[in-house]
Design a protein around this ligand. Structure first.
Ligand code: PMP
Length: 440
């Protein structure tokens, strides 16, 4: 049965978001005023949204509303308040699936976040009890099974596959990256792999959390569709900057965390086709996912519920609904404003003489990993903090990428909707101050 193969339209890879030309300071100020973080921390320049985005008031209110007024469990309650909470959770599920997929068959499995989502997929997709060959013919091939990732993946999209591969006899393969973080694909790369392996799973991050590079995943998507492999997008970063790209790729599964999308921590989702999820074995066992339980065995509910053992993060799911509304409402503004910030920051930061990773890439989001020559990234981060500038320093859970870049750590400044050109100026001054302290 090949009914699930996606139809790929090359042209839909181009962004569909209409670009406005300028975003006024008043507009950014109005958006900023939705974030109480800035009232509590008026002097801080927050440049760590790639680690977690700030939360607008409506998201905070939704979480509070659940805990204060509707703090009941879902799905099993016969009373009206429980039914209302269940309806809210189910409507957020639909909204979540529609945010990342245009397929009618798409559903969302709630998880604790991207990490748990990829662990779920790694477990069920490589498990012999999952009946995947009907959907993905590569699962019927007898050559040694393999999984393809890239060297720029976050550890969340590497380690779960390593664990599954060790247990299930899969070969781990990587798209190499160059010293600027771009894919450096050898000639006939996929053909060479296909001659030796049954490439069953391709799991790739669309946007790097280190460099902000938006990789061109369409060739891998098309290859997977043609050869019957599962195509998974780690959308942890892309979900906020380029969700339309995720939709255009029509992945079999996409995975994200709400907290990078202005939502709460502790919740995220795997988005994929319900009938494929139904063909998969279960992940965790417990209450809420069973149909009948006997001494020796149990039967399970259908997807997505069969993957949601135990009580979900209900308040956080309420909040995710509001975060999605916020992201949809501001989609055009976000795209335009981030483009403006990136152009401004590219010019300003380049003048400081620091090494910025990924600048040569065709397409990027406003995430800057940089190195001030001769200064450790942690010192850079600490000295910037002294000036009330919050950046991240370290390997960013991307040790394979760090090796390819030839460094052990970088400092990273990541911008979002609520950042301004003033923040770029403050960062630039902060970098000059670090250089002065270290006499660079
Ligand atoms: N993948 C990417 C690309 C990420 O940026 C992150 C978070 N930094 C993750 C996966 C893991 O997300 P989480 O910690 O929310 O599970």
């Amino acid at each position: 049965m090949m009914g699930l193969r996606p139809i790929i339209h090359k042209s839909c890879y181009l962004p569909k978001v209409k670009i406005l030309h300028t975003i006024s300071t008043a507009m950014v100020d109005a958006i900023k005023s939705e974030f109480p973080f800035f009232t509590a921390n008026p002097n801080l320049v927050y440049l760590d949204s790639a680690a977690t985005a700030l939360k607008p008031q409506r998201v905070i209110d939704a979480l509070a509303l659940y805990n204060a007024h509707e703090s009941v469990n879902v799905h099993r309650g016969v009373y009206r308040l429980s039914q209302r909470a269940t309806d809210t959770v189910e409507s957020v599920r639909q909204k979540t699936a529609a945010f990342l997929s245009t397929e009618k068959t798409a559903t969302a499995v709630f998880t604790r976040g991207t990490t748990e989502g990829i662990n779920l997929l790694a477990h069920v997709l490589t498990h012999p009890n999952s009946r995947l060959a009907d959907f993905f013919p590569a699962f019927a091939h007898i050559r040694p099974p393999a999984i393809l990732m890239s060297q720029s993946e976050h550890h969340a999209n590497i380690v779960p596959w390593q664990i599954a591969a060790r247990e299930r006899g899969y070969q781990l393969l990587y798209i190499p990256v160059d010293s600027d973080g771009k894919f450096a694909v050898p000639e006939n790369f996929l053909e060479t792999i296909a001659a030796a392996y049954s490439l069953r799973i391709i799991a790739l991050g669309l946007e790097s959390n280190v460099t902000g590079i938006i990789h061109d995943l369409m060739p891998y998507r098309e290859w997977a569709a043609k050869h019957g492999a599962v195509f998974i997008v780690d959308a942890a970063q892309a979900v906020v900057h380029v969700p339309e790209r995720v939709r255009a790729l029509k992945p079999d599964f996409s995975v994200f965390s709400a907290h990078k999308l202005f939502g709460a921590t502790g919740v995220g989702a795997v988005v994929g086709a319900k009938n494929v999820l139904d063909a998969c074995t279960v992940y965790q066992g417990g209450g809420g996912m069973i149909n009948t339980v006997h001494e020796a065995t149990s039967t399970y509910l259908e997807a997505p519920t069969k993957f949601e053992a135990g009580t979900q993060a209900i308040g956080e799911i309420y909040a995710l609904g509001k975060a999605l509304d916020f992201a949809l409402e501001h989609a055009q503004t976000l795209r335009t404003h981030e483009g403006d910030l990136r152009a401004y920051a590219d010019a300003k930061l380049s003048k400081t003489g620091i090494r910025i990773f990924g600048l040569s890439a065709y397409e990027r989001s406003p995430i800057y990993s940089f190195e001030i020559q001769g200064v450790h990234a942690h010192d850079t981060g600490t000295l910037l903090d002294e000036q009330d500038i919050c950046v991240r320093a370290g390997h960013h859970c991307c040790q394979l990428l760090m090796r390819a870049l030839g460094v052990s750590a970088t400092a990273r400044a990541s911008f979002s909707l609520y950042n301004t050109r003033d923040d770029v100026d403050r960062l630039t001054q902060g970098i000059e101050y670090v250089k002065k302290i270290f006499r660079k």
